[in-house]
Design a protein around this ligand. Structure first.
Ligand SMILES: [Zn+2]
Ligand SMILES: [Zn+2]
Length: 779
């Protein structure tokens, strides 16, 4: 029998963790104690290795729903190194018992704040129990569920430190709050009809407001009649309407200023979702998780209007996560639910501000007096069948739980990383913990940049971190970079794609050199060019650009992101095919290219996808970032479905024909000490296919094969050159499931160890974590 010390950091205090450990230890027949120790929970037990293992497995699997384990460390306590002599004596004298010991001061150590948690099953039962005193109370919550991060102003997580302090508890609630056997014992969000927030509703064109159940009934009526409403939720307001009413959805698009980007739909239960989408067991698990993210699911043919999902093959689905959602959707059926904002500005959280949308086509606003302190959007994920979860957007339900990057960084100076300007997140780190912020949109938007600054201040204050070093992107024009340079402390600039690969290394605790494949739309290179199709050899000491797509001069700088035809023309021009261009604007564009006027050199893989989408005749204009590339993926996916190629990549013989298809041709040229991928022949062949009217789906599919083949060929060559067998994939292009799953499987099949992002977004939302890791490695 040995004595083990188990230390657990995370959301483990004030969530019923110690009583849980107590029950668990009894169940396993273990002796010892549990205590809060600083900001962690300390468990000391006597056990053999097997019992220890069983105990920890059980602990991880069955921990309270509202707890989170960020870091768990076990040490064998052989000579009382960690526990005091007194404590060891305690254990020895308590040889046949397990006790909860009094807590020590918990103001020391890292700070953990729970993310917001979806309404629990228990509360839902009470919500519909007619005899319950919280029957149909739209803000019912308990120790296990409810808002957390969005309403907290400072630690510790006590009612007076949240916006629930505006609602003094009535006697009945207070009684439950103080009763140790009650599910609302020390539940900071507890309230009821008498003492909690109330529904309030203002209808367009009408004076006064409705409250309580009256408000609810009117809202249901309006939604059934096709109205569009703003509804206050956890992280801000949503705009909602029926997904079956084309007219309403189109009106909503106008109101939001969003033409093509798909909307998500909220459902009451899985069976309902299955009517409209294919749901795998892993997807089901994610949909029902306490984080309740939006999950992108393969759509079935259904009566949901096309204007909801537009050209997407997916439908973003999520489950109700507040009692109010439950009541609404129970009464009116599925609802389009989209963050209330205009275009890509931050989500609206203020009651006053939302009212200003009233004259833009909103039928009314359903709100309440509970203040939201931090605006936070819904998280968006995708589940790939062979690689698991991928974050598109990491926000509600996940933020602000930190990632633990390892003991070796425990004593590194506090760091603030500002991320990238697009899909911004920032990251703040101390004691080895990295706190990634919520999705913050595009900082070019003045309001988004203001939120960025405010949220940084908030994170610094709440997590008690005073940065001594600040990181930013190499891009001199980024607002985030300017912010960093004006901050007044030591600055570290990290190249964009280097940061992408470092984010994978941070997540996977990789400290030896890897071959990094960073494919995305754009990132500022060390030579001032636009990078995005990069093969980097990354080690803790830094990176070497080992390979990239051949530079192609691009028209129009950043406007080319939307005007995809410009990217297409640039590629055709580069391949000497521009004689075929029939466009009266072309001579002017050609002159610009020939004379390097407003052009930029690009090695971007994202841009190559755009170009191919255009040349294959799929689309010439992206109304949102990446739209043309997504349509190209859709075409390829249609082809795979038609020919039953979905399980292909695990045994794909590279370089050979697949179902009569070969990858297109390309060349890899050695230039200086780099491998340069030249896609000229690929463009020529695609152009020829397109001219002769080849099936677009087949062109798209062959192009995807080409990219996968290219990744494998490059990695194989780099493995020989650098003797590295580990590959890390990151960047927005890997949101393309065919390329991502294809590359992972083909690389694995060829003996590589493959790593990718699982905990942070694969797109620019993960950049700030990579930057933090760069700063840590430098220390
Ligand atoms: Zn609950
Ligand atoms: Zn009450």
């Amino acid at each position: 029998m040995k004595t083990f010390e188990i230390k657990i950091w995370g959301t483990v205090q004030g969530v019923g963790f110690r009583p849980f450990v107590h029950r668990l230890a009894k169940k396993h027949g273990l002796t010892g104690f549990v205590a809060n120790d600083g900001s962690c929970v300390l468990i000391v037990i006597k056990a053999d290795n097997k019992k220890l293992e069983e105990f920890i497995r059980d602990l991880k699997q069955n921990k309270p729903q509202s707890s989170d384990i960020v870091n768990l460390q076990v040490t064998e306590n052989t000579c009382g190194v960690i526990a005091s002599k007194e404590e060891l004596q305690n254990i020895n004298s308590l040889s046949d018992d397990f006790i909860i010991k009094p807590s020590t001061d918990n103001s020391e150590g890292p700070v953990f704040i729970s993310p917001d948690i979806a309404v629990c099953d228990n509360c839902l039962k009470e919500l519909y129990r007619e005899t319950d005193r919280r029957y149909l109370h739209p803000f019912i919550s308990c120790m296990e569920c409810g808002p957390r991060f969005t309403i907290i102003d400072r630690v510790p997580y006590d009612r007076e430190n949240t916006t629930m302090s505006d609602f003094p508890m009535c006697d009945s609630c207070l009684k439950e709050y103080r009763d140790i056997d009650n599910i609302r014992y020390h539940a900071q969000t507890v309230s009821c009809h008498d003492c909690g927030p109330q529904l309030e509703f203002v209808e367009a064109g009408k004076d006064g407001k409705l409250t309580g159940f009256e408000a609810f009934l009117r809202v249901v009526e309006i939604l059934k009649q096709g109205g569009i409403l703003a509804v206050k939720g956890i992280g801000g307001f949503h705009l909602c309407c029926s997904p079956f009413n084309e007219n309403s959805v189109n009106k909503l698009r106008k109101l939001k200023g969003r033409e093509e980007k798909p909307f998500a739909v909220m459902f009451d239960n899985i069976a309902e979702i299955e009517k409209y989408c294919i749901v795998s067991s892993e997807e089901k698990k994610q949909l029902l998780s306490r984080e309740r993210p939006i999950v992108l699911l393969k759509r079935k043919k259904s009566d949901i209007c096309k204007s909801v999902f537009k050209s997407s093959k997916y439908l973003g689905c999520f489950m109700v996560y507040t009692p109010l959602h439950k009541m609404l959707i129970n009464s009116v059926g599925p609802l389009v639910m989209t963050s209330a904002n205009i275009s890509d500005r931050p989500i609206i959280i203020d009651n006053e501000k939302i009212m200003s949308l009233m004259d833009k086509g909103l039928s009314g606003v359903l709100y309440n007096a509970r203040r939201i302190l931090t605006g936070i959007d819904d998280s968006v994920i995708k589940v790939n069948s062979s690689t698991g979860i991928q974050f598109i957007r990491r926000a509600r339900g996940f933020v602000p739980l930190p990632l633990y990057l390892g003991d070796r960084f425990k004593n590194v100076r506090p760091i603030l990383a500002c991320g990238s300007d697009l899909k911004n997140t920032f990251c703040i780190a101390q004691n080895g913990y990295a706190y990634l912020s919520q999705y913050g949109g595009d900082l070019e938007e003045e309001e988004a940049f203001r939120m960025f600054r405010e949220n940084i201040d908030r994170f610094k204050r709440i997590f008690r971190i005073k940065p001594e070093k600040i990181c930013c992107d190499l891009h001199p024009g980024y607002y985030s970079s300017k912010y960093a340079k004006e901050y007044g402390i030591e600055v570290l600039e990290v190249q964009h794609h280097h940061a992408h690969i470092l984010s994978v290394m941070a997540e996977n605790c990789l400290y030896k050199p890897v071959i990094g494949v960073a494919f995305d739309g754009t990132g500022y290179g060390t030579d001032g060019a636009m990078w995005g199709g990069e093969f980097l050899v990354v080690s803790p000491e830094g990176f070497k650009r080992a390979g990239h797509l051949k530079y192609v001069p691009m028209l129009g700088g950043d406007s080319g992101v939307k005007e995809v035809f410009k990217t297409g023309y640039s590629y055709l021009y580069d391949s000497g095919l521009d004689i075929h261009i029939r466009d009266e604007r072309w001579p002017l564009m050609k002159a610009a290219l020939a004379n390097n006027i407003n052009t930029v050199m690009s090695s971007s893989m994202g841009r190559l996808f755009d170009a191919v989408s255009f040349i294959a005749g799929i689309k010439s204009y992206s109304s949102f970032e990446g739209e043309c590339a997504i349509l190209l993926e859709n075409c390829a996916s249609d082809y795979m479905e038609a020919f039953n190629l979905m399980d292909l990549f695990s045994h794909y013989p590279m370089g050979k024909s697949v179902n009569g298809c070969m990858p297109y041709s390309y060349d890899i040229i050695e230039m200086d000490d780099k491998l340069v991928g030249d896609m000229k022949r690929c463009i020529e062949e695609i152009f020829a296919d397109s001219l002769k009217g080849e099936d677009k789906r087949k062109i798209a599919w062959r192009f995807h094969l080409t990219v996968i083949d290219y990744i494998l060929t490059m990695c194989t060559k780099l493995r020989e050159l650098y003797n590295i067998n580990d590959v890390a994939l990151s960047g927005g292009v890997f949101q393309n499931s065919i390329v991502f799953e294809g590359a992972v499987n083909v690389l694995k099949h060829n003996g590589f160890n493959v790593f990718f992002n699982v905990k942070v977004p694969v797109n620019d939302g993960g950049i700030s974590l990579g930057q933090v890791f760069a700063a840590m490695l430098e220390e």
